[in-house]
Structure formats: structure tokens, C-alpha cells
Ligand binder design. Sequence first.
Ligand code: ZN
Length: 293
Amino acid sequence: MKRSFPAALLSLAVLTSASAVTAKDIRVLIADGPQKAHKFLETTPVLIEILESQPNFTVTHTRSTAEACKDGSYKPNFADFDVVVMNEGFAAPEWPKETQKAFEEFMAKGGGMVSIHAANNCWPDWEEYNKMTGIGGWGGRNEKSGPYLYIDHEGEIIRDTSPGKGGAHGPRHEFEIKVREPEHPIMKGLPLVFKHGPDELYDKLRGPAENVTILATAFSSEEYKGTGRHEPALMTISYGEGRVFHTILGHHTEQIREGSFITTFLRGTEWAATGDVSIPVPEGFPNQEIAPK
Ligand code: ZN
């Protein structure tokens, strides 16, 4: 079944008014840059709009242009923020080494990061970034990048080290998200199974896969050229004192505007920033009412 939502967003401000009293102010930096396969110029404004639906979120945008990466002038001051939302993607220019180090330090000291969809495609050679995303795909990733992480039919987490390419997806379709950690603050109160899509269902993601908690999986059906396995869909990763929320969802604006994405993204961002979640699960989730723009 295809659900199509109007180009407008849920009025979460209303839903969060009760908890906004105690919610901490959260400073968000959203980072994007030139990339292949995804239209970041279109998705970033929608992500900002969703983040700004929260009265306690302030959002700043930074763009890592090819030029500023090359001449070393791309230097956001990460310390000014609680969380960095990565809307970078496949074949993005390498951040300057100094900026990479500054980001590693920010994270190790307790910073937050959110990796959306293709943000696990970029920078296969930046070792520390790959520890932060836990697993990723494409860009030449293979068994040398680390194990392929999935959950088998008995519910056991498998770290498959056998040779193979990291990262694939079949045609877009609607699929079920199955919650694996119902007591985690990001997942608490969500239905144990909910629908998302049509979206790309990433499979065979590989990486260091250290300190990863799989919050939810999506079953990658062979009918849609998938693996026949439960692939990690929502994850957290700890990096030093830092917290990462990783979602494979959100190919383009249509997918980002779905209730399933909006709620998990906002709660994941709050958790990455603070270690806790006050944003409630809206009534009707994931088909919550979307307010006109
Ligand atoms: Zn995509």
C-alpha cells in the first residue's frame, strides 16, 4: 500500500507542548555537501523544517563544498553544538584532516551525531568516521571494512566476516520496521512493528560494527532483490563518550516526510544530543496527522 503525504509536516510543536517545559535546549548543526545519488539541496531544507518543529531545537546549517574541503577552510566549530546531523552522502569530498580530527575529538568527548541514509555511504577511508556509523555501504566497502551485521531468524545478531561487497538495495517498496530494543529511550512507546516506505531498504552493510545497538530491523525480502534477512534499520553506536543515532531510512523528501521517519529522527536526534528522549510518540504514529504548511 502506498501512502502519500502532502508536502507539509506534522505540527509537532503542539504535541510536544507538555514536555517542552522540561526539554533541554538543543543546538543542532546539520552538515551536507556535494554528493552523488542523493539530492541534498532538496532534503536538507526538509530536515531543517522537521528539526525546527521542536521549540527547544536551534538549527545551524553548514555545507562542505569541494573547494573548502580542498583548501582546508571548511572548519565548523563543533564545540558550539550538541549534535551534528549528517546529510552527507556517496562520494562526498573528504573533509580536511584537521576538521576530521576536530570532529573525532568532539565525538570522543561526548558529542552527538545522527547518520541519515546515505551518510553511511561516504568516506570509506576515514577510519574513525566508520567507527561512528558502525556499518556502511558502497564506496568499495567489502570484508576488509568489517563484518556484515544482521539478525537471523532466531533473533541472534550475526557478524558475518565472509567475503562480499558492503551495501546494496533493491527497488523501493513499503516494508515493516521491527523494534528490537523496546525499552531504549528512542524506541519506548513505539508500536513493536510499524510500516515505512516506499523507501530503499539498505542491506549487506559492513563496517567496524563495534559498540552498535540494533534498535530495529527491516526484513529484506528476496521478492525485492533483498537478502532474506533482518537488516539493521535503526541503530545507536557509542564512540568514546559520544552517542550516534543511525537510520538507514530517508532516501528523498517523500521518505523524510513520512511519520515513521519524522518521529524516529527527532527522538534519535534528541537522544544523540542529550542521552534521553522527551519527544512523545504522536497519536496515530506512523500515520500521524500532517498539518498544512
Ligand atoms: Zn538512497
